[in-house]
Structure formats: C-alpha cells, structure tokens
Design a protein around this ligand. Structure first.
Ligand code: GAL
Length: 343
C-alpha cells in the first residue's frame, strides 16, 4: 500500500511539473505567438527595454482587452482597446521573459485620471536616473479621440515598479503623441516625440532628474509626418529610426543620423532591406536594443499590429546591422539566434 501511495505522489508531481514547465526558448521567432515563462501571451506592445544590473526589463502596453473602436465621425472609427496598464517582464537572455508586474495599472474607478481605461496609454519607455536612483517612465497619454496629445511621467524605486504616476503635460507646450526616451552616456536624456499634429518630430532634452523638459529642444523631420521613434548611439553617432504615419497599418521605415541629439539630423532612407522592406516586414518599430557585452549588436524591435484584434498583435524583433560606412540594414529572418549575429 505505501508503495502505491508513493507511486501516486510521484506521478502527480511529475504531471503537475509537466503542466507548468514551459519549454525554454532558444531563438527569436518574429510574428509568432510569444509566451512568458508562465505560458501566457506576452502583453508588452509599443514597448521598450531597460538593461539594469544584468537583467533586461521589457515595458509595454498590455492590450489584453477586446477592441472597443472609438467612432470619430459616422462611418469612421479608430480601433482601440481599453487601457489595462503597462506590463513589465524581465529576462537574462531575451528569449525567455518572466512576467514581473503590471508596473503602472489603469485607474479603473477614476474617469478623470489619465490612466482610466477609456483613455490612451501608449509607447511607455523607462530609463534609470543615476543621480536620483529612480526608474523614470515616460509615455504617450491621450484622450479616447487622440486629441489631448500629452506625455505622462511615472517613477519607481525598482525596475519592476510599482510606478507612481506624476501626471501629464504637453512638453514644451507642444502636442506629443508617439515617443521614446534616449539616455546618453554623459547622463543627459532626451524625449523624441511626434508633435504638431504628428507632422514634425521634436527632440527635447530632459532636466537632470529626467522628470521634465529642460527647455532645450529642436524640431526635426519638419513636415515629414514621422512616428514611432527608436533611438540608439553607435560609434559616437546618433541614429533615429521612425515609421510613417498610417495608424496601425505598416509603412516603410526611415532612419536619420546626427552627431548629437540636438544636432542636425540627416535622413538616410529605409533601413529595412529585401522582401517586405516597404512595410517594415508588416510591422512598426518601437525600440532598438543594444545587446549587452556584444559590440555592434542591436535588435530592431517592432510591433505587427492586428488592428481588429489589437491584443493579438505580435512582436517582430530582427538583427540590426551598422555597416562599416555607418549605414543601417535590417533583413527579415523567420527565426534567428543572437549567436548567429554577424555585425
Ligand atoms: C500609430 C501609432 C500607435 C497608435 C496608433 C493609433 O500611428 O504609432 O502608437 O497611436 O497609431 O491609431
């Protein structure tokens, strides 16, 4: 009898383990269903990555609600989902992501709050401030009809949050929609945002605590209607990859290079090459990840939006190569590993 009980106990433990253990991912599979280490679909759209003390943190929009289109005019509606909040995942290898928290949750019961489910909370980005030792999140805050065009700021003591929401404003008094943050090696940080009805991009230096614009800013890509900025630095040059302005529908990307964030930005063309380049491989950029410990190794991080089912939008991460002449190339790969990266 004790043997049978022992056998049953072992069998139950084995079945239980098999049910919860997820196979380890060993590659990137753009556009496929990406699940976290608990087996749940990753909800981190329009996201960005922070590397802190040996761990990558991925912040993005949790869009796990049903589409609730906003009718702008009779017969014309904009696809959107109610706000759930900003998710945070962590990983050491970038293939396997552990859900950490809903780092900035929606304010469900306060219709006045920027974080109420009926508002727009998009493209969160987090940087670490070495002086204040705070993790600082900026994000696009909008009204349901996208008319408010503001930036929100939240801070935390730990990368996984919880983040305390400080409020929103129009940076430099100007409209702000799609945005990113870039922290330079000298400790200065910048917000890049689509402004002036999305026609012009602004590069705006932040104050030393990263909580506000310093007042120094520059208008770039004037009347070019660029969105979804993703910024990185390589060999003392600054790169900004943007999308065109076609809502959830994909379009060709474009990159520009400058000698300093507030300097002259020179537009160079589409970094995407080969088949699918005209739609950025059916995706829209959101961030460029510098792979730690590997020289000249960057990942172009993009979203393949499913506009009628936004929660099932997928992630398209691809190797980004900086060629010896400073030009950028992104090719599509169905499946790839960091080990095969040849910059
Ligand atoms: C895109 C933008 C997204 C979202 C969408 C709404 O152009 O990049 O972040 O705002 O429009 O239609």
């Amino acid at each position: 009898m004790p043997h049978i009980l022992l056998f049953l106990a072992i069998a139950i433990i084995t079945i239980h383990r098999a049910a919860i253990a997820q196979p380890l991912n060993t590659s990137f599979r753009p556009g496929k269903k990406w699940t976290d280490t608990n087996g749940n679909p990753i909800q981190a759209h329009g996201g960005g990555i922070l590397f802190y003390e040996g761990t990558y943190y991925w912040y993005g929009e949790n869009k796990d609600s049903v589409n609730a289109p906003m009718v702008v005019l009779p017969g014309w509606s904009v696809d959107r989902v109610d706000v759930i909040g900003v998710s945070c995942y962590s990983s050491k290898d970038m293939y396997n992501w552990k859900f950490e928290s809903l780092a900035l949750p929606a304010a469900k019961n306060n219709p006045e709050s920027d974080l109420h489910p009926k508002k727009v909370v998009e493209r969160p980005k987090v940087i670490y401030n070495r002086i204040t030792k705070k993790f600082v999140m900026w994000l696009h805050i909008d009204s349901e009809d996208y008319k408010a065009a503001r930036s929100g700021v939240a801070i935390a003591d730990k990368p996984e949050g919880p983040f305390t929401y400080l409020g929103s404003f129009r940076p430099n008094g100007l409209m702000a929609r799609d945005m990113t943050l870039f922290a330079d090696d000298d400790g200065k940080a910048y917000q890049f945002y689509s402004s002036e009805d999305n026609k012009t991009m602004i590069v705006s230096e932040l104050t030393a605590d990263y909580l506000k614009p310093s007042g120094r800013y520059k208008r770039i890509f004037i009347d070019q209607s660029r969105e979804a900025p993703a910024v990185f630095k390589h060999n003392e040059k600054y790169y900004c990859i943007t999308s065109g302005c076609t809502g959830w529908a994909p379009n060709p990307s474009e990159y520009a290079v400058a000698d300093s964030p507030l300097g002259e930005w020179q537009v160079k063309g589409n970094p995407a090459k080969g088949e699918g380049a005209q739609t950025t491989f059916n995706a829209q950029g959101t961030f460029v990840i510098p792979v730690q410990g590997k020289a000249n190794t960057y990942i172009f991080m993009a979203d393949r939006w499913l506009n009628k089912e936004l929660k099932n939008s997928s992630y398209v991460w691809l190797p980004l190569q900086v060629k010896p002449d400073g030009s950028l190339e992104i090719y599509y790969k169905k499946e790839w590993k960091l080990s095969e990266f040849t910059p």
